[in-house]
Ligand binder design. Sequence first.
Ligand code: ADP
Ligand code: MG
Length: 488
Amino acid sequence: MEWETIIGLEIHAELATASKMFSPCPVVDGTETEPNAAVDEFSLGLPGTLPTINRKALEYATRVALALDCEIPPYHRFARKNYFYPDLPKGYQISQYEQPLALHGKVAIDTGQEQKIIRIRRTHLEEDTGKLSHPDGRISLVDYNRAGVPLLEIVSEPDLRSADEAEAYAQKLRSIMRYLGVNHGDMSKGVLRLEANVSVRPIGEERFRQRTEIKNLNSLRSLKRAIQAEAERQIALWEKGEEVRPATIGWDEGRQDLVIQRYKEEADEYRYFPEPDLPTMHLPREWVEEQRASLVELPEAKRTRFLQDYDLAQQEADVLVSERAVAEYFEELIQAGIDPKSAAHWIMGELFALMNRDQLEKEQFAQIPIRSAALAELLNLLKTEQISRASAVTVLTEMWQRTESAAAIVQRLGLQLVDDDREVKREIRQVLEANPNLVLRYHAGEEKLFGALMGMVMRALAGRGKPALVRQLLTAELINGTSNGDLS
Ligand code: ADP
Ligand code: MG
């Protein structure tokens, strides 16, 4: 039997605000700060503290929702999600339930062959919890730096059909949030966390089968592997005639395997009720429209424009727009007079190769040591035939290492192409004199020998010959013969 995998993703994105969701307590980088250095009475849930809403978080969340084409209802409301856990000192998390910030969005993903629309069910604001660690398995430590950090939850409809689609979707959302500057997207720091709801069904079956939920996936690689492993597990169960039971599953990064944490025979009971300490929020239309107007051009729109304005392949456009810094760099090159094909080629070919060599991720593109103006200068030397292609790559590699202009490196390494007709003619004559047989056969009609002679002259010029000039002078030399000794 042929099976298909059904996936709905829940993404938790911390919003890059200066302070927490409901108090002025600063937000810090959890991987670089002492535990419990950024806490206040509210993060600790001390009695008598009251929440106030972070305006920036509301703005950021609204921008993401608008970028995902969501509807923003005029009223939304926070709700208490009640449960006990040591990382949640209040005993409840302020979240949203019946009246979330945004509903019914959609986003296009690139599946390799086509664009596919994935529907967004809802997007809501909440506060993050603290962080537990269990250093020796006997004691548990808790760090409340993260408690109260603004968290945006984005829930998709079950529209994804493979681990690859789930990855493309997560990547697209990360790209959008990075464009908007609301989340840095660094999954290793936990600012973006994924949960995958997974079920399988025989191809052709209409209804959905029982799903399970895989929690806390902290990399795209884990996301893919966990979905694949869980789909296989479920298929094996159904094929044995057993049932898939609803379960919460973890992913063991070390063993690269699923860990069934608990089977849940009924839905969790969180006793949600409207948060009594916060008012129903009303977002005026004008305010929402202001947020919409403030949106930067997003990857999808950029992709369409790039395909229209520049002669690019789809795959090139996809890669160039996935990171805002890359897209901007590309257009800066074009503004500096570089043609789009060559700009795309030098970014995706040569710059990405250097990044790869130095183990830089694509998200770190803004940090590369070569500014677009400097690369444009190099590419103009290439365009005006002052250096060869091979030399341009050498110069680029030098520029990556030190702050020296392309022209200065060309000077220093003596890479200028030979512009002097006489020098070129001298080399041509030496080659022709050393190879009288080839010249005879060429004149007897073996025209393809021109290429071989051309190659020899280029080699004699140590790669510094301008192909067009060499071709022209070699043609002239072959027509005139080599005996007239004219060195003018
Ligand atoms: P809950 O509120 O209990 O988390 P939801 O119905 O809101 O449940 O769904 C949560 C997530 O599960 C959504 O992303 C949704 O797309 C996904 N989902 C729902 N049904 C299925 C299914 N049969 N297979 C895979 N994912 C599903
Ligand atoms: Mg859920």
